[in-house]
Design a protein around this ligand. Structure first.
Ligand code: PEP
Ligand code: MN
Length: 395
């Protein structure tokens, strides 16, 4: 059993089980558009931010701190061909109130200088309508909504209202929690206000347990976002995912391999002295090295490659059909067992039997190269469905 086709199956399984009104497989033909958001009107990134030097990089300090820090960093970044946009936080949403909360409006004047003195566009995080108004007054090129703002539909709505009818690109970071609908909702509110130059930024998801990453990447979430909102450009923010410099390259590479549209990477002329996010910021020189180390892969290969790929994909298609067929047969037998239990007044779940199945299949699967984590999830999902099926029969 190849891993890839089980993953496809699981995605499909999730899809049908979360849309219970459509859970009448066999009577229903699912069309692609049933699972896509159709209300979006988004301009392709290339229409308003053409990329001459791949990959597109947005860079600059986590926070603007001083005029000199902003100008020094911006001038160094302007020498990197891939960097098109200079980012800087002016109003910082901090966890604790005693830490640096940004320089505020004065920073807009520094960014005006960046626009005058370099070829870079400017981008600022906005969280309040006043921030938007101030940015528009100072002709900031691009706005973005931070992860802490996107969790709150009231805040997003206020921003969408003040942006009604304004022609400015807006980037929307994912909310702190891994909720793709909340992310889509924020994008939708802005799109309904007429913002067509829309971008999503994947910055990872808060996890209470401190692990390798500062924010878990959970790559399946931005992938699901792109599936549901086709044509939406997604840029990865490896800085806030990693939280530390040594992970930036691997996360950036992964983002490119997943065909994301660009990278937002925090940089600072003196990162160790940064007032916010010091551990993850890098110098413009380190950014140049990082970009040079990235392997740029094509999304399509030559004819021989495409032919071979096509053959392998056909095999996967066939196996998926077999896999679904086996599962359907398995569920039919589960149904028969349910009926038999009902007639004999026996409970649905016999813990001992489930425990035996679980360990037996875990061992079986491990012996043929399936990972423990994958098997646990697969067995659980099949078992849950079996119980659901028998519960229906008992009713
Ligand atoms: C930032 O970009 O500096 C920032 C505050 O990011 P996030 O909203 O992703 O935490
Ligand atoms: Mn930051």
């Amino acid at each position: 059993m190849a891993k890839a086709h089980v993953v496809i199956f699981l995605t499909f399984q999730k899809l049908i089980s979360t849309n219970c009104n459509l859970y009448i497989a066999g009577l229903f033909t699912f069309t692609r558009s049933k699972f896509m958001e159709k209300q979006f009107d988004i301009l392709p990134l290339n229409d308003w931010l053409p990329i001459e030097n791949f990959p597109l990089v947005i860079s600059g300090p986590c926070s603007a701190e001083t005029y000199n820090q902003v100008m020094d960093t911006a001038h160094q970044l302007a020498a990197i061909p891939q960097v098109k946009v200079f980012r800087a936080g002016l109003w910082k949403p901090r966890t604790r109130p005693t830490t640096f909360e940004g320089v505020g409006n004065i920073g807009l004047e520094w960014l005006t200088e960046v626009r005058k003195q370099t070829r870079l566009l400017t981008a600022v995080e906005v969280a309040r309508p006043e921030h938007v108004e101030a940015c528009l007054k100072h002709k900031v090129d691009i706005l973005w909504l931070g992860a802490r703002t996107v969790v709150n539909p009231f805040s997003v709505q206020e921003l969408a209202e003040v942006l009604q009818g304004v022609d400015i690109p807006v980037m929307v970071k994912n909310p702190l929690n891994p909720d793709v609908s909340l992310w889509i909702g924020a994008l939708e509110r802005l799109n309904k206000s007429g913002i067509r130059k829309l971008v999503a930024i994947h910055r990872g998801f808060y996890y209470y347990h401190h692990a390798l990453y500062r924010n878990q990447p959970m790559w399946e979430i931005p992938i699901e976002l792109q599936r549901r909102v086709p044509g939406l450009p997604v840029i990865c923010d490896p800085s806030h995912i990693s939280g530390r410099r040594d992970l930036l390259l691997a996360v950036s590479q992964k983002a490119l391999d997943l065909e994301m549209s660009g990278l937002m990477i925090e940089s600072h002329c003196s990162p160790d002295n940064a007032l916010t996010d010091a551990n993850q910021q890098i110098t413009p020189v380190a950014l140049t090295e990082l970009i040079a180390s990235l392997v740029v892969r094509q999304s399509k290969g030559d004819t021989a490659f495409e032919t071979k790929l096509e053959i392998l994909r056909r095999e996967i298609d066939k196996m998926d059909a077999e896999l679904l067929d086996i599962l359907s047969k398995r569920m039919k037998i589960v149904g028969e067992i349910g009926q038999y239990k009902k007639e004999n007044n026996i409970t649905i779940l016999q813990i001992q039997r489930w425990s035996d199945i679980f360990y037996d299949r875990l061992n079986l699967g491990s012996r043929i190269g399936l990972s423990h984590e994958f098997l646990v999830q697969l067995l659980q999902i099949i078992h849950e469905e079996s119980i659901r099926k028998q519960e229906k029969i008992m009713e």
